[in-house]
Design a binder for this molecule. Structure first.
Ligand SMILES: [Zn+2]
Ligand SMILES: [Zn+2]
Length: 338
């Protein structure tokens, strides 16, 4: 029987471009929430989560018929030698307006001044926040138990390697690319970390985000917006439809720059041991399983490919797909467990 893993766009299901990690003047970003919404909308986005540091302010007032604001914020816990762990919490409902984790130790930019705008859940707010396996997992759990989609952010920028990130269980997703870090010089393409977590048994999605602070103008080479995003399939732009797609993994990630839109994954199906992938014009489509048995379809020199089929070997636990365009920009599927 044919199984649709990533559906093709149809009359009932549309793909929307989304940035799930973004900073505004509420903390240490340079653009106001309204300006961010307008600029992302002008760049073809339909969804934006403003995730300021340690300050949860819903932006439902900026949502309109063509653009959805998701509400969230970013929290962190730091250890020694520069190591830190950053997590975004994105509310699954627009009514979810109480901050569930808060630490005064990490109020960047204007966050301290703007704290008075925040509604706090007093039961969970003053969580002790040690940089330990238990401390971080408690933050993830508190977010999830209180109706948030929880993402693990930029392991490379955070100076976190295998011994640290492998400790974090139960996040909904991790950043496979953090464009804001990439554009300022970090190698924050984290496919290896995603594979490590999957191979250890974590069932989490991957997302590309901007994590933009907008220190440099749009249309400049140092612009940290419009380079890391997800394409999310949803029946509408209603808040709960979108977060339900997010929870179900109905999305893929892509990367580009402020002036280059990345490759697309148009659909993934599974039938009788064969995975079929449809894409936009690509230089290569690769299939990455749990084992070493990767497969790839490369285009001939000067040509492109738009479809590939891969035979699933017996015993493989999962696979994921990476698509590379002729300029080297990549799109990433979530991992699919067989
Ligand atoms: Zn961060
Ligand atoms: Zn951030």
């Amino acid at each position: 029987m044919k199984k649709i893993l990533l559906p093709e766009e149809n009359e009932n299901l549309k793909y929307y471009r989304a940035n799930l990690h973004c900073h505004s003047t509420l903390s240490d970003g340079q653009k106001s929430p309204e300006q961010l919404k307008n600029d992302y909308k002008a760049h073809g986005y339909s969804i934006l989560a403003i995730t300021d540091h340690e300050i949860f302010v819903p932006h439902n007032d900026l949502t309109d018929d063509e653009f959805l604001m998701l509400n969230g914020y970013e929290i962190e816990s730091s250890g020694s030698h520069g190591k830190t762990c950053h997590i975004c919490l994105i509310a699954l409902s627009p009514e979810n307006d109480e901050e569930v984790c808060f630490s005064p130790a990490y109020l960047w930019g204007n966050a301290r001044k703007n704290r008075k705008m925040v509604k706090v859940d007093k039961k969970t707010a003053s969580l002790y926040r040690p940089y330990t396996k238990m401390g971080i997992n408690r933050l993830i759990k508190t977010g999830k138990n209180n109706g948030f989609f929880v993402t693990y952010n930029h392991p490379t920028w955070s100076l976190e390697s295998y011994p640290q990130y492998i400790r974090y269980t139960n996040a909904d997703a991790m950043e496979i690319t953090n464009y804001g870090c990439v554009v300022c010089g970090f190698d924050d393409d984290n496919g290896h970390a995603y594979d490590d977590l999957l191979r250890k048994g974590s069932k989490l999605y991957c997302i590309s985000t901007d994590d933009n602070h907008n220190l440099y103008p749009d249309f400049s080479p140092d612009c940290d917006s419009y380079g890391g995003y997800i394409m999310l399939a949803s029946k509408s732009l209603k808040y709960e439809d979108v977060t339900s797609s997010l929870k179900s993994g109905l999305f893929y990630s892509s990367t580009g720059t402020y002036c280059h839109t990345g490759p697309k994954i148009l659909g993934i199906t599974y039938e009788d041991g064969t995975v079929t992938v449809k894409t936009s014009d690509a230089r290569a489509i690769s299939y990455i399983p749990c084992s070493r048995d990767c497969q790839i379809k490369n285009a001939d020199d000067g040509e492109t490919v738009t479809e590939a089929t891969f035979k699933v070997k017996k015993g493989e636990k999962y696979f994921r797909i990476v698509v590379c365009d002729s300029q080297g920009y990549k799109a990433y599927s979530n991992a699919y467990f067989l």
